[in-house]
Write a protein that binds this ligand. Structure first.
Ligand code: NOJ
Length: 756
């Protein structure tokens, strides 16, 4: 008999178990840094805490203009030791010149840290992070992060402002594209994998790139998905949903993080001491340093939290921001704030110490010119191996949402293909919103990829049909002519890259009307239509698009877009990706995610929908659920077995099932394990993902997949913000998406003393 839940609740409460970082700092590093700090003036300390955009080698990331634009002034500041870090400049020669200013011309010669936004590639552009998460294969993300690190460090960078590990549950938010989607476990797995990939095994190596998991915290929870908006969130949701990916990234060795632009429950993250000090350092044991986001300290004034810039600098530092990005406020105000007694010098010393530890940890104090090797710059960037990896990862990121059987296309068959839509021959939107170092001319567009795969490229006709947002003269008419003459139509439609990313929140997550109109006109002809969606978020699809014979989610796939799409269309590769974000029926369902709550009035019978928790105009399910993704072969699951129907408190149970490839092609499936806690002291989601396993099988082959579950997997954040597990009954599903699957049940028991 299970124990009564309430009776054991108190005993079950444990400490908030977030993992602590792998690396503490060595005693000799500590001594060296302390000796340096003892020699520093207040101004030099403030300089170490200042990060400015590199105006010697300017790039154009999605940031407003701020900071020091004048090269001469910036050089002076560096020589005076008033800058500790430069960001978003690349190139070894320029970095050497700049590093020499810091090392040779400044009084203490402390090297600069070179940082940059290398989000999904430097020159070789890999799929946007959301696309890559669709591979449901963190090992793939680790490999691409390693390749990015090889390129970024060869271009003179020491740190990337990545990975973004924000959970994104509202697809109106433009930055969904930068993360791993809506799920906590998936995002945590990708967070850790990316940190490991960026940093490699040894931080001191020339090709190790420091990671900066961001934005701390709950940046994706902005109300209505409005970028830079406010977050109003319970402690439980913050801890259970938004912090674990950071915990995973820190446990994987990340030594920096970035405070979010947004406010949480009335306090801007940049000035939130409970968040940046008590929680981040006290509870999560973070040992590295905290960047502000771009001018976010200065923005405390606009938030209505600081009375002026001086106050803003003071509040950010007291909260736990160590490095100010781009506003220059720290270097401007710290000396006076300390002298006037408004800021204790000891607080400044702590921040400087953290920054210098990180510089020491990557060997920068010993070798200021690490990662500044002109030879590496010519051999390690845009290599054929990286290009091949970009194709592999892009192929693995494409999700087959539906297929009436029209795909794969037979490469041997002489068929006329009409490629229609604004993205058919377009190179400006291959990379996505965060790849500003890449050269768009080096990307393979869809038309080029298809031609390379076709025995007779003359059978391909390419027609634009319409612009991304606008009609073009005779556009639809020429598209209709091409479609009528073709055997099959590929419709390349979706979002341009400036429709997602920073500051690109949308109220409606649908195709622009001009493109929908094009799709309707093409569908009316009656030829088979394959939709190739380009997008940085989940979309609400309608009518001709949703009813097409096949639909593929192709996101922004990077340098090898066209080849990867052709690989899938012609069946050279089997689609095996899964959705990391749910596609709703309607925009108005957002925020929408699979692990929602039951409510008191769930819809249990589709025929009885009155007075139930649903929208009057649409069912509150997904058009394509989280975890969904088809293959060209067919997988079936059977023989679900649990080693025991009772999970004892300190034991584990083993869950197994047989996966069979019952189709006639080889393919890969991602088996997903979900649970539901039936009754708990806090209502629990209708499903929660706990495990994933990718399995590749030949036609007719079967394999037993095996998972182990223990009490820790059943924990949630309960009263008093403690992680607890509660005895009782749990549902379990082993399936191919977050809907359906083989169902089982088990009961968590409290183990009696001395037994078990
Ligand atoms: C603002 C973005 O929020 C952040 O993610 C990025 O790293 C900085 N700009 C620097 O470009």
């Amino acid at each position: 008999m299970p124990f009564d839940r309430r009776a054991v609740l108190a005993g079950a409460i444990g400490a908030l178990a977030l993992p602590s970082p792998r690396r503490a700092f060595a005693a000799d590093e500590v001594a060296r840094v302390d000796a340096l700090i003892a020699r520093m003036t207040l101004e030099e300390k403030a300089g170490q805490m200042t990060c400015l955009a590199d105006s010697f080698r300017p790039f154009n990331p999605p940031n407003p203009q701020a900071g020091i634009q004048d090269e001469k002034r910036l050089a002076e500041e560096i020589r005076k030791g008033r800058v500790g870090c430069l960001f978003n400049g690349i190139g070894v020669a320029g970095a050497r010149r700049t590093q020499e200013m810091a090392v040779k011309d400044s009084r203490l010669g402390i090297p600069l840290l070179f940082a940059g936004d290398v989000i999904h590639g430097l020159k070789t552009i890999f799929p946007v992070p959301l696309a890559e998460a669709a591979s449901f294969d963190p090992a793939m993300a680790q490999r691409t992060a390693r390749a990015m690190a090889l390129e970024a460090t060869a271009a003179g960078l020491h740190l990337t402002f990545a990975p973004m590990v924000d959970i994104a549950r509202d697809q109106r938010w433009g930055r969904v594209v930068e993360g791993a989607g809506e799920d906590v476990v998936l995002t945590s797995l990708f967070a850790a994998a990316r940190v490991r990939g960026f940093q490699g095994r040894d931080l001191r190596r020339d090709d190790s790139l420091l990671a900066c998991p961001k934005h701390f915290a709950a940046y994706g929870a902005v109300s209505a998905g409005l970028e830079y908006g406010s977050v109003d969130i319970s402690d439980e949701t913050l801890r259970e949903t938004h912090l674990p990916p950071f915990g995973a990234a820190f446990a994987a060795g990340a030594l920096t993080t970035m405070a979010a632009f947004s406010e949480i429950n009335g306090v801007p993250a940049t000035a939130d001491r409970e968040l940046l000090t008590d929680l981040l350092r006290g509870e999560m044991h973070f040992r590295g340093f905290v960047f502000s986001d771009y001018t976010a300290d200065e923005e405390l004034v606009a938030h209505g939290f600081a009375k002026d810039d001086r106050d803003a600098a003071r509040l950010a530092i007291l909260a736990g921001v160590d490095m100010s990005m781009q506003s220059g406020l720290f270097v401007r105000y710290i000396p006076e704030l300390v002298k006037s007694g408004a800021l204790p010098e000891a607080t400044i010393d702590v921040a400087v110490r953290r920054i210098l530890y990180v510089k020491t940890a990557i060997g920068l104090l010993d070798n200021p010119f690490r990662s500044l090797d002109a030879q590496a710059e010519t051999t390690r960037i845009a290599t054929p191996a990286h290009r091949a990896l970009a194709r592999e990862s892009a192929t693995r990121s494409i999700v087959l949402l539906q297929n009436s059987g029209v795909l794969p296309l037979d490469p041997g068959k002489r068929q006329k293909i009409a490629l229609i839509g604004p993205f058919g021959a377009d190179r400006a939107n291959l990379y996505g919103p965060w790849a500003f170092y890449g050269d768009p001319d080096q990307g393979v567009d869809i038309a080029t990829g298809l031609r390379a795969a076709m025995a007779d490229p003359a059978l391909l006709t390419v027609v634009q049909g319409c612009g991304v947002r606008d009609h073009i003269e005779d556009g639809i008419a020429s598209a209709v002519v091409a479609a009528t003459a073709a055997d099959i139509v590929l419709l390349a439609i979706g979002e341009s890259q400036d429709m997602s990313g920073e500051a690109q929140s949308r109220t409606v997550i649908e195709l622009p009307p001009a493109q929908q109109k094009l799709a309707e006109a093409i569908a009316a002809i009656g030829k088979p239509v394959v939709v190739l969606l380009r997008h940085g978020r989940a979309l609400a699809l309608h009518d001709a698009v949703a009813n097409a014979q096949a639909v593929l989610a192709t996101w922004f796939l990077g340098s090898e877009t066209g080849h990867a799409i052709a690989d899938i269309l012609f069946g050279k590769a089997d689609p095996s990706a899964k959705l990391p974000v749910s596609f709703p029926w309607e925009s108005g369902q957002e925020p929408f995610f699979y692990d929602r709550k039951s409510t008191g009035r769930p819809v249990t019978d589709e025929h009885q929908t009155e007075y139930k928790a649903r929208f009057a105009t649409t069912d509150n399910s997904a058009r394509y659920p989280f975890g969904h993704g088809l293959s060209f072969t067919r997988f079936t699951m059977s023989d679900l077995k649990l080693s025991d129907a009772a999970l004892r408190w300190d034991r584990a149970i083993e869950v197994t099932a047989k996966l069979t490839n019952s189709g006639d092609r080889a393919g890969s499936e991602v088996v997903q394990l979900y649970i539901r806690d039936r009754v708990a002291s806090r209502t629990r989601p209708i499903r929660e993902l706990k495990r994933i396993e990718r399995v590749t099988l030949k036609p007719g082959e079967s394999r037993t997949v095996r998972f182990s579950l223990s009490r820790v997997d059943l924990e949630f954040v309960g009263a008093g913000n403690q992680r607890i597990a509660e005895p009782g009954e749990f549902d379990l599903w082993l399936g191919q998406s977050s809907v359906g699957g083989l169902h089982g049940m088990f009961t968590l028991y409290v183990q009696e003393q001395g037994k078990g």
